[in-house]
Design a protein. Structure first.
Length: 179
């Protein structure tokens, strides 16, 4: 019989990537990431599908490998990091089980909360050299910038806009449960 007690796994920021991809000038994709992430994944016993997930991301931890762009993204034109210092996600339900499932939850970004769906896969379980249990997940979602009040843009002379509305989110998460 499987162990059914609930175990909280803490997101390990040093082994987790929170990335986004957005179109620039309608011809290229720009990637960025957030480095300040904390959260919890609750698992029942040996299950691979979480019972619940919550995460908080430090808006000011944005990194697009371009200091001037990062400053603009932190400004009121975009994330407004001073007034909205955190992005949060809280699962409301999980559909499916096994190694592939959907995590549905509330994403709060720029002071706006919307339901999103993360297409998620379980990547594995391991015990580290200190005896701590670790789990890994990969998840993907797409959101509209406009849905979250992120409407800044510039029209291009040849038509179109400087920044696409669709934002692809890619998560690779490792979480640890103390022994």
């Amino acid at each position: 019989m499987a162990n059914t007690s609930l175990q909280a796994y803490a997101i390990d920021a040093s082994h987790t990537t929170v990335e986004f991809i957005v179109r620039h000038l309608m011809i290229a994709k720009v990637r960025g990431r957030f480095t300040g992430v904390t959260g919890t994944i609750d698992l029942a016993g040996d299950a691979t599908t979480p019972v619940s997930i919550s995460a908080t991301i430090d808006t000011a931890s944005i990194d697009t490998r371009e200091e001037q762009r990062d400053g603009h993204l932190k400004s009121p034109d975009f994330f407004d990091a001073e007034n909205h210092p955190k992005l949060t996600f809280k699962s409301t339900r999980i559909e499916g089980s096994g190694d592939s499932f959907k995590i549905i939850g509330d994403l709060t970004l720029h002071g706006v909360t919307k339901e999103i769906t993360l297409d998620t896969t379980f990547e594995g379980r391991a015990v580290d050299k200190f005896g701590n249990s670790r789990v890994g997940y990969e998840a993907h979602a797409k959101i509209s910038r406009k849905d979250f009040g992120l409407t800044w843009n510039q029209a291009l002379e040849a038509g179109g806009v400087a920044i696409g509305d669709e934002v692809k989110i890619e998560l690779n998460v490792e979480a640890i449960a103390p022994k």
